[in-house]
Design a protein around this ligand. Structure first.
Ligand code: AHR
Length: 617
């Protein structure tokens, strides 16, 4: 491929180009990024069992629904009977990672008990107690009292086959039983946020340098049927006031990871929030009528005021400041009205009133806000943007390389969900999907991303979906990052490696090029005006197995100038995948020197993704 990159700057690129999309699916929040170690900590939802809690000693466990801890948490764990040492144990989210580090915990008790509680970690494999701490009881029958503790193991477990337990002496109990609720244990979290995020998973995200977070869904935001959409008010404030909700992906969400935690996540990774709202369509097809929709629109305005309103002059800004101690408003520049509102009969109501009611109300109050329609829509009002989702096979995804070339520049677009989810040979894309992204799929995703970058005057950004997968229980594969309770088992997929490379070198302005057309080397050239770097991103897709010789010049770059070339390949072949204990991607970093005429001459293997960066010219 022969390519001359000029110094004529084209359109400015979107600073949000590489982002992430999050919804609670595959136990990605609870049991995933949200660092809580105790599963079913507050007996939320419709569950009639105390599972996965088990009795210690000869205690009897049952679910109690009298004398609730709060109206949000009406059920609790009743521990009755027994003699000697009794209590309960919890296995966490398919295991608990126990290391030599301080764990902070808390539980509420109601009942008459004099004596000590003991909180501890046990290793099932080693048959040993790894950490234990005594907590003096302040429990009374008159009400709920919170007990806090810190648990510091003196020995690491070596695996996640561990449980957490609370035990006490049955002889100190008067009245036959004690009730427990909100039994919570956190390891050290990312940036030490209370109620925060799992460190290793946040670090895996930070490696991708994402600049946008699309949340809270996804189908999970919509709920399957009334009244189960994601309600912001239920996700803020003390955990005892959060009821949680039945998510779309067949499990109950604790909502411990709530609106404020999402905003802190954006702060911690320096991401622009893209806040989506329920727009009146439940996933099962039930639609809020036009006459009934206004309260939902008003409630979204309240949510925006809660995030952005002045702490003294606005009602919900004051709630933020007084209840959460966060007087400084956040900034939200992007909102999305719904999610895939074309599904299950939603198109006509979306086009006739649902989108416009939200759009008009938000625009009137926040004229500079980018308001995104949740589907590709003809006849969008004003400067509304639209969301394009694609779950595809690699050969078909290549067709989207030039999709955005044809877009009307009046309306921006975001690729709010994309992924290759099955092999080209699959007769039905949805059946028998691979567990992990694989190399050919990841290269085709790079082609889509590079096509988007070439059009980044109109493309706001792109976000792979789904982001996370708990390998013990999941509803959707493949996913970008897969994990268990044991951080040593985490899989950063081939697609993660590709996004990390493309995102780490940012183009701020496109540069025009002359030379060969972009096939089979799909490329985008640009400059980063803050660093002065000239950049060429390229993916080689299907050159019949042959490497492609590259002859590249950048205007103003003279012979002797050096550049860094990073090339990703998969020596194990197009179907190879990163998996537990297996790494498919080879990363080669080379320094190139421009020859006579400022030419960089190099070769790119078939099925490769690369970035050439000439620094600070
Ligand atoms: O990413 C999984 C699901 O795919 C999302 O929840 C939904 O928006 C899409 O259909």
């Amino acid at each position: 491929l022969k390519l001359d990159v000029s110094s004529t700057t084209g359109a400015a690129s979107s600073p949000q180009m590489y982002g992430i999309m999050f919804e609670d699916i595959n136990y990605s929040g609870d049991g995933g990024l949200y660092a809580e170690l105790i599963r079913n900590r507050a007996f939320q939802g419709t569950s009639t069992s105390v599972s996965p809690f088990t009795a210690v000693g000869d205690a009897r466990l049952s679910l109690a629904s009298t004398q609730p801890l709060s109206s949000a948490l009406p059920k609790s764990l009743a521990v009755a009977g027994g003699s000697g040492t009794i209590g309960f144990a919890n296995p966490g989210w398919w295991g608990i990672d126990v290391k030599i580090q301080p764990y902070t915990g808390s539980f509420y008790v109601r009942g008459d008990y004099t004596g000590k509680f003991t909180a501890s970690f046990q290793s099932i494999t080693l048959k040993e107690t790894l950490a234990s701490v005594d907590i003096e009881s302040s429990a009374t029958a008159a009400g709920w009292t919170q007990h806090n503790f810190t648990l510091t193991p003196t020995k690491a477990a070596g695996n996640a086959n561990n449980t957490f337990s609370i035990t006490y002496s049955a002889s100190g109990v008067k009245g036959g039983s004690l009730n427990f609720n909100l039994i919570s244990v956190f390891p050290p979290t990312y940036k030490n946020r209370p109620n925060g995020m799992r460190k290793d998973l946040m670090e895996a995200l930070a490696e991708m340098k994402p600049s946008l977070l699309r949340f809270p869904g996804g189908n999970n935001m919509e709920g399957d049927s009334p009244p189960n959409y994601w309600k912001w008010q239920n996700t803020i404030g003390p955990l005892r006031d959060r009821p949680g909700r039945l998510g779309t992906w067949s499990y109950h969400n604790t909502d411990g990871l709530g609106l404020v935690e999402y905003m802190q996540w954006c702060e911690d990774l320096n991401m622009e929030p893209l806040l989506a709202t329920f727009a009146g369509l439940y996933l099962g097809g039930s639609v809020i009528s036009q006459s009934a929709l206004k309260p939902y629109v008003d409630d979204f305005l309240n949510e925006l005021e809660f995030l952005m309103g002045d702490a003294t002059t606005t009602k919900y800004g004051a709630v933020r400041a007084s209840n959460l101690g966060h007087s400084r408003p956040w900034k939200v520049n992007f909102v999305e009205i719904g999610n895939e509102d074309n599904l299950n009969g939603g198109t006509s109501s979306y086009n006739s009133y649902r989108f416009s009611m939200f759009y008009n109300a938000v625009k009137a109050k926040y004229p500079n806000m980018t308001i995104i329609a949740s589907m590709e829509t003809k006849g969008l009002p004003g400067d509304a943007a639209q969301d394009y989702h694609t779950y595809n096979k690699p050969n078909a995804m290549i067709g989207d390389f030039s999709k955005f070339d044809k877009y009307d520049r009046k309306h921006k677009v975001i690729v709010g969900e994309y992924a290759n989810i099955n092999k080209d040979s699959a007769s039905n894309i949805w059946n028998n999907r691979p567990l992990y992204p694989w190399w050919r799929g990841s290269v085709a995703e790079a082609v889509l991303a590079i096509g988007a970058e070439r059009n980044s005057d109109v493309v706001i950004g792109l976000t792979y979906a789904p982001l996370f997968c708990n390998l013990n229980s999941h509803q959707w594969t493949p996913d970008l990052i897969a994990y268990t309770a044991d951080p040593a088992q985490t899989v950063l997929s081939t697609s993660h490696v590709v996004i990390k490379l493309l995102s780490s070198v940012r183009i701020t302005n496109l540069l025009t090029t002359t030379g060969d057309p972009p096939k089979p080397v799909y490329y985008a050239a640009g400059i980063n005006t803050s660093t002065g770097s000239r950049i060429l991103k390229a993916a080689v897709y299907d050159n019949k197995g042959a490497a492609v010789p590259m002859i590249v010049t950048f205007a103003g770059v003279v012979a002797g100038t050096s550049a860094t070339l990073t090339v990703l390949t998969a020596p194990g072949g197009e179907n190879s995948a990163n998996a537990v204990g297996a790494s498919a991607v080879k990363t080669e970093v080379k320094t190139l020197t421009a020859g006579s005429g400022g030419v960089f001459a190099y070769s790119l293997p078939d099925l490769s993704v690369s970035v050439l960066e000439v620094k600070g010219v």
